[in-house]
Design a protein around this ligand. Structure first.
Ligand SMILES: Nc1ncnc2c1ncn2[C@@H]1O[C@H](COP(=O)(O)OP(=O)(O)O)[C@@H](O)[C@H]1O
Ligand SMILES: O=P(O)(O)OC[C@H](O)CO
Length: 580
């Protein structure tokens, strides 16, 4: 794909030659290069359309530019997708096709076992670079930057950033949602009076996962943060709030800085009341925080033409940010899960199943979370959520820590090199186990290893771990909702593995449906932004987006066999619980 910029550079070089006899040769050469380039672009467009659009393979820093299938005078919406392992920017046309994009993986910081951080400044620079590079490609396709009507944001949730409200300077690295350093603190919080009532108000159980315990840890352990809290200069936000603030120019932004969040992100802090969609003083009091000492972003709608401000620098200067959704809610929107009973499962760094429950939150009795799906027009829609901490992260572990594969895409073939897991079960509990188990005293454990065990068995067990947890979540969801799902829509980097998706279908016994264009999270952000500026006006209009060309995986394994495998998994979970 990089051949196009290289060719363009070559054209420029040839054009600068000025000797007369060489001119005809130069023109011929130029013409032939241009013809080649057109052929290449056409082929590239075909290839990417066959693969289902931009960024299907996941891993590397890359740009993707698909030939547009539509006229050059239409409107477009940009989407920032700030995930756990990479940042991306995609530009969508009205048909929901990405016509240009750029993706950058950024640094994962693991200072101690169980700690996981991101550099907040690197998050911003990676996003800005993605926007600039994608816009360059967009323009090279002959489009005008002015046809990008708005930008939406979607982001990893819970990851916590603190900064000085006057200078905009981060006061510590962002603590990532997977981080477990606050586990002792969480154990203490669980003993406080009222701990058992928290979930009814905010939808989340006490664990290291939501933002609050990360903030409390910083207040106890980082002098700069303590100081800012005492001085009343401490700004706290999830990644959405940090991005909006910085993209608007930080403290130089409108009214001294645009400082907003929206319910799908704010609900992941444990400070937001699910019914009022506002901060709840009883929650803030429970955590022993003084409301006046901490600046929290205003919670606004997920789609809003004004309140998110506009981009202050770079190639999209002046373009309004008009929509924002946490990545899992964005994927539900991108999969068009607008009505109660629809669900999706996104296999990214972690894996998250969201099930639309309509206009009233459902507080789970079986280990699931209640969360906000979206709030576009003042009527919030809620979801039941099953969160799995480790999905693609397990694949990255095999690649980066064990060197069993050299890219994530290789896991599929390695796992397919063996017939089954050979007796191995990998409880990928790097951050404890999330839904529906919520066990924090367990860590990653491979059980059942013998002399027979090969790399392929470990690869297979890694994929199966996410599929087993999805099965456990579906069981819980059925108990909470009283309904069984009849099919499961999937997306995210790990859903690229056919073997993984087939295994998933086998284990849950229903069809698994993977769309052709798998950048559904970014599409959801574009939809939120597009609604605010009238690019799309109703859910009905979105029906046809990304509808054809997907893959359906039907269950093939006998039910007794899959039940037996799941039983072994549950036994493995019990066996390694209590280890820490
Ligand atoms: N072809 C593939 N097969 C299996 N897993 C993949 C593949 N490509 C990417 N992944 C996994 O998907 C994850 C990234 O997915 P993505 O949806 O981009 O997540 P995030 O938003 O968390 O960064 C990585 O952890 C990676 O290991
Ligand atoms: O990076 P992802 O796509 O696994 O998503 C992270 C989640 O938002 C964490 O809750």
């Amino acid at each position: 794909m990089d051949s196009i910029p290289v060719k363009a550079a070559a054209v420029n070089q040839v054009e600068s030659t000025d000797s007369a006899p060489a001119n005809q040769q130069v023109l011929d050469l130029l013409q032939s290069i241009q013809q080649n380039q057109q052929r290449l672009e056409q082929r590239l467009g075909e290839l990417e359309r066959n693969q289902g659009g931009a960024s299907q393979s996941g891993d590397a820093t890359a740009h993707h530019d698909t030939l547009p299938s539509t006229a050059h005078d239409e409107t477009f919406v940009g989407a920032i997708d700030q995930g756990t392992t990479s940042s991306r920017f995609l530009i969508f046309n009205k048909e929901g096709e990405p016509v240009a994009s750029h993706q950058i993986e950024f640094k994962q910081i693991y200072p101690h076992p169980g700690w996981h951080e991101h550099d907040p400044e690197e998050i911003i620079t990676s996003v800005q670079l993605c926007m600039d590079e994608a816009v360059k490609l967009f323009k090279r396709r002959g489009y005008s930057r002015d046809s990008i009507k708005a930008v939406g944001i979607t982001n990893q949730r819970e990851t916590t950033v603190v900064w000085d409200k006057n200078t905009g300077e981060p006061l510590y690295n962002a603590i990532v949602w997977t981080d477990t350093r606050s586990s002792a603190l969480v154990r203490e919080l669980k003993t406080r009076s009222g701990a058992d009532k928290l979930q009814d108000k905010c939808g989340l159980p006490l664990s290291t996962y939501p933002s609050v315990s990360k903030l409390l840890w910083m207040l106890e352990n980082v002098d700069k943060v303590k100081q800012a809290y005492e001085n009343g200069t401490l700004a706290f936000g999830t990644i959405d709030a940090w991005l909006v603030y910085k993209l608007n120019g930080g403290p130089q932004g409108r009214d001294g800085g645009v400082f907003v969040s929206e319910p799908t992100n704010a609900s992941r802090t444990m400070f937001m009341n699910l019914e009022t969609l506002d901060y709840d003083n009883s929650l803030i009091d429970f955590f022993g925080l003084k409301r006046d000492n901490i600046r929290l972003p205003n919670i606004i709608r997920s789609s809003d033409a004004e309140a998110y401000g506009s981009i202050a620098s770079g190639s999209l200067t002046g373009v309004s940010i008009t929509g924002c959704l946490g990545d899992q809610s964005a994927a539900l929107v991108g999969q068009k899960g607008f009505t109660p009973g629809l669900a999706k499962n996104t296999y990214g760094t972690g894996c998250f199943l969201l099930y639309n429950v309509g206009e009233k939150p459902v507080i789970s009795k079986h280990g699931l979370l209640a969360t906000v799906a979206f709030n576009f027009d003042g009527t919030p829609i809620y979801a039941l959520e099953g969160s799995i901490a480790v999905a693609g992260q397990g694949i990255k572990f095999l690649q980066n820590n064990l060197g069993l594969i050299s890219s994530s895409a290789e896991i599929n073939d390695l796992a397919a090199s063996v017939e089954d897991n050979g007796g191995c079960v990998f409880v990928t509990a790097f951050s404890g186990l999330f839904a529906p188990y919520w066990i924090d005293d367990v860590r990653g454990t491979i059980l059942g290893i013998t002399q027979y065990t090969q790399k392929g068995h470990v690869a297979r067990a890694t994929l199966e771990a996410t599929c087993f947890q999805t099965k456990a979540i579906l069981n819980a969801m059925e108990k909470d909702s009283g309904k069984a799902l009849t099919e499961l829509a999937v997306d995210g980097g790990m859903s690229n593995s056919d073997l993984c998706m087939q295994t998933q279908s086998d284990l849950i016994g229903i069809p698994v449906i993977r769309p052709k264009m798998r950048e559904t999270t970014a599409l959801g952000a574009a939809i939120a932004a597009g609604f605010a500026v009238g690019v799309w006006k109703s859910f009905d209009e979105l029906k046809e987006l990304n509808r054809v060309g997907g893959t359906t995986f039907e269950p093939k394994m006998p039910a007794e066999k899959s039940a037996e495998m799941f039983e072994r998994w549950e036994k493995a979970v019990k066996t390694c619980s209590g280890f820490v």
